[in-house]
Design a protein around this ligand. Structure first.
Ligand code: CS2
Ligand code: MN
Length: 394
């Protein structure tokens, strides 16, 4: 098969347990040690503890779960900013890679987005069928930026027409809608218990005031030149996750958004241990990204795949669509992976449905946005069927 069916598990506190994951039909577990503060070394003891949880669930099981990808081994902000203490933090990162390899875990996803990870303006966007999805709407983001964060000078960063619309709409927005906007934007990503406050976000943005995209790119290359040789030596494949959305947000630079960004990275550090997480939802939010082209060009360094579709609505708005609908053209993507793999005798690449809609019984539950069970189960089932159809018909 093209892919190894995988599922993100946030660890023992994840409301979706290992049993449920087995029922969904995945056996690759994508997980991370979220309880270890960013920048600290992941000890072998902690890694083994996580592995033991999987082993426990496998007793007498013909379909064992195994930890196939780390998502994420996060990069400390001081490394991204190129601060004085970055070398010490990079040494810790290397040590974590060594420990992971020694425990048999050799694929590591991470990202280099400053301050924020994915950014959505509504994490409960209601679709016509009653399920909810994650939405990114630039006009709403402008309202948040100008009137909630109160960065008056930010106006210049945006399209004047959208700013005018935002200014016109803001005074008429009900309190509830503003509260939802703020909540969505300060969303703690699952696993990150600390979350954001307006104060913390303002401080985070300030830290990047004088860091240009060029500088951030240099800092990324610096980091890679340090860690990739260690990854190579111990047999780990690193897989950078693209920016989501793939453009600068709130004035923060982003440098893993386009094919040109990837060209630069892989040219500077050519080892295939310097790899990519191909995330169709992240790249696909920009019409300019040629997704099958990225797969073909960088197939040999795609170590991890996130499949998800977004429905683009013009250039300033998208929501997460069902996996086989929306703008991603999923058939083409899976077929491209199949074609690249054919004849190579390559091992299946870990793939997980990246987010799903909140639907059915999950609508009543508190779940991590994007990570409820049933929506992802639907996504995985659809993707698995698509893959099987392609494999057996070509
Ligand atoms: C994930 C990212 O939830 C998601 O969209 O794909 O948050 C991803 O885990 C990180 O960017 C990887 O470092
Ligand atoms: Mn992703």
């Amino acid at each position: 098969m093209v892919f190894e069916q995988s599922w993100r598990w946030y660890g023992p506190h994840d409301p979706v347990n290992l049993q449920a994951i087995k029922q969904a039909g995945a056996n690759g577990i994508v997980t991370a040690l979220h309880h270890i503060p960013v920048g600290e070394v992941w000890s072998m003891e902690e890694i083994e503890k996580r592995k033991a949880l999987l082993a426990q669930s496998n007793e007498k099981d013909a379909f064992p779960l195994h930890w196939n990808v780390v998502e994420s081994l996060p990069v400390h902000e001081h490394i991204k900013q190129g601060k004085e203490d970055r070398d010490a933090l990079i040494e810790n990162y290397k040590q974590s890679l060594r420990h992971l390899a020694a425990c048999g875990i050799t694929r590591v996803c991470y990202n280099f987005m400053p301050v924020l990870d994915w950014l959505r303006t509504n994490v409960h966007y209601k679709l016509a069928d009653g399920s909810t999805a994650l939405l990114h709407d630039l006009e709403d983001l402008i309202i948040f930026d100008l009137f909630i964060l109160k960065r008056a000078h930010a106006e210049a960063d945006y399209d004047a027409e959208l700013v005018a619309k935002a200014k016109e709409r803001y005074p008429r927005m009900p309190e509830k809608e503003l509260a939802r906007l703020e909540e969505s934007l300060l969303m703690a990503l699952p696993g990150d218990k600390k979350g954001f406050t307006l104060k913390k976000l303002r401080k985070g943005l300030q830290d990047y005031n004088r860091i240009s995209a060029e500088q951030l790119r240099e800092n990324l290359v610096y980091f890679l030149k340090e860690v990739v040789p260690v990854a190579e030596e111990v047999g780990v494949n690193l897989a950078i996750h693209p920016d989501d959305p793939p453009w600068p947000v709130l004035g923060l630079p982003r440098v893993v958004s386009t094919a040109a960004d990837l060209d630069h990275l892989f040219e500077k550090v050519p080892s295939t241990a310097n790899g990519l997480t191909f995330c169709s939802g992240s790249f696909g939010a920009s019409e300019e990204n040629d997704l099958p082209g990225i797969i073909r060009k960088y197939y040999d360094r795609i170590h991890f795949v996130h499949l998800r579709s977004v429905q683009r609505e013009g250039n300033s708005r998208f929501y997460e669509a069902n996996h086989l609908e929306g703008s991603a053209e999923m058939y083409k993507l899976v077929r491209t992976f199949y074609e690249c793999q054919k004849g190579q005798k390559a091992a299946p690449i870990p793939m997980r449905p990246d987010h799903g809609h909140q639907m059915l019984d999950d609508l009543e539950k508190t779940t991590y946005p994007g990570y409820s069970a049933i929506g992802r189960l639907r996504g995985l089932a659809e993707l698995r069927g698509l893959e099987m159809g392609i494999v057996h018909s070509l």
